[in-house]
Design a protein around this ligand. Structure first.
Ligand SMILES: Nc1ncnc2c1ncn2[C@@H]1O[C@H](COP(=O)(O)OP(=O)(O)OP(=O)(O)O)[C@@H](O)[C@H]1O
Length: 415
């Protein structure tokens, strides 16, 4: 990418995604842009921010006047991706460095001088560059005093973790922590989606949730939510084997859920971290579910699926950190766990998934005879295999797959 395009892309990101680009003024200065009109747009956005306003396309144009409209549109039309903002900023910075040093070389050629004088000129230019970049705070780096002050302040704020409504789970795991990745693992068909979907709807009572299912359409997810809410066997919902009384009950439950739940279902297939970042920018979720990780793609093509999962989970962890949300990934467990307790080594995607996760929960269902119906349930052991901020151990749930419902009923854990 050439420098001019990178400069336009930075400005395009700023105009299109003002909330996601707040920190850009800590990385770049107006003089680093090669052309005066681009510098002016950058300055105008900075000026608006200093006044406490959000510098989007409309507000920036109100400061700059209509003569800038064409150039601003051009910047937006570079189709910038906000997830690559740091890359664009890096190219702009590098372009500015090269231009400055080229200017020293050109003036030395015109004015002449000894080699010692030429070196002194270069030294002065490099010192000037260093002074400017040192004054710009490197994004993400905090000194100890700053970090300690922020931490102390946070102790006076209420607990910001996101509670799932399962009391024992919240006590052991601490709910869903922001900036973290939670992995829910099980063998195929062993209740990951039921567990995650129930967690998602419970969390959505108080928080914004985005549920991405790459293997099930929204109506099938809703069928599960309705089945749990009405205690109507999902087979009857599937077959439309319903009485008038059932339909009235369903309408009532759906009406209540539509009023209370802050949740978007998304059935887009073939998503990668860039698409996920677009969803975060659009819906601002507190918790984002990926059902399931093996169906996502990495941004860049990888040699095999294993590497692809490793890259994807790493990118998702970076998104959770950057956007202050919790990402819940559903992951398959290997066939080797049939008949024995799963371990972290059984995660599909291996060590990379395990390393990037803050919490790993493996679900194991006891064997049961025939189809479950009526009030029957299967015992599920949710083994907390990894818990970065607390103890590990086991939680017990009663699972009713006929109603897609989990009830927490026993806790055994070691701290
Ligand atoms: N009405 C029903 N009565 C009994 N069991 C049911 C009913 N509907 C679905 N099931 C069972 O519930 C389970 C659903 O599991 P779920 O989809 O949550 O698992 P999963 O781990 O997400 O699977 P995958 O990884 O294949 O998506 C399946 O085993 C299915 O056979």
């Amino acid at each position: 990418m050439d420098t001019l395009l990178a400069e336009e892309s930075v400005l395009g990101c700023m105009l299109l995604f003002p909330e996601e680009t707040e920190n850009i003024h800590e990385r770049l200065k107006a003089e680093m842009f090669s052309e005066a009109p681009l510098r002016r747009i950058y300055e105008a956005c900075g000026q608006l921010r200093a006044e406490g306003k959000t510098p989007d396309f409309v507000t920036a144009q109100s400061v700059l006047g209509s003569s800038y409209q064409k150039l601003m549109l051009e910047c937006c039309e570079t189709a910038p991706s906000v997830s690559r903002l740091a890359d664009y900023a890096g190219i702009v910075l590098e372009g500015w460095r090269v231009r400055e040093l080229t200017a020293v070389a050109v003036s030395a050629q015109i004015e002449g001088g000894t080699s010692a004088e030429l070196i002194a000129r270069y030294r002065a230019a490099l010192d000037r560059q260093e002074a400017i970049t040192a004054a710009l705070k490197e994004a993400g780096i905090k000194d100890f005093v700053e970090a300690a002050t922020e931490y102390l302040q946070s102790l006076y704020e209420p607990d910001k973790s996101i509670k799932t409504g399962w009391r024992d789970f919240d006590r052991v795991v601490g709910g869903l922590q922001r900036k973290s990745v939670v992995v829910i693992a099980a063998r195929p068909g062993k209740g990951k989606t039921d567990f995650a979907l129930q967690m998602a709807t419970q969390v959505a009572l108080d928080h914004q949730v985005n549920y991405n299912s790459m293997e099930m359409p929204t109506d099938q997810l809703l069928q599960r939510v309705v089945s749990r809410g009405t205690k109507i066997n999902s087979i009857r919902l599937r077959d439309r084997d319903l009485t008038e009384e059932d339909r009235a009950k369903i309408a009532k439950v759906l009406d209540l859920q539509a009023k209370c739940l802050k949740i978007n279902f998304d059935e887009t297939t073939h998503i990668d971290a860039e698409v996920v970042e677009g969803k975060i920018a659009r819906y601002h979720p507190d918790v984002l579910f990926i059902d399931h990780l093996g169906l996502m793609s990495a941004r860049e093509q990888k040699k095999n699926q294993w590497e692809e999962i490793a890259a994807t989970t790493h990118e998702l962890k970076a998104l959770a950190m950057k956007h202050d949300l919790c990402i819940v990934e559903l992951v398959q467990l290997s066939r080797a766990t049939d008949g024995r307790r799963p371990t972290q080594g059984d995660l599909y995607g291996g060590a990379a998934v395990e390393q990037d996760a803050d919490v790993v929960i493996a679900l194991e269902v006891e064997k049961f005879e025939g189809f479950l119906s009526g009030d029957r349930s299967a015992e599920v052991t949710a083994s907390i295999l990894k818990n970065r901020h607390g103890g590990v151990g086991e939680l017990k749930f009663a699972w009713q797959p006929q109603y897609h419902s989990y009830v927490s009923y026993e806790t055994r854990y070691e701290s």
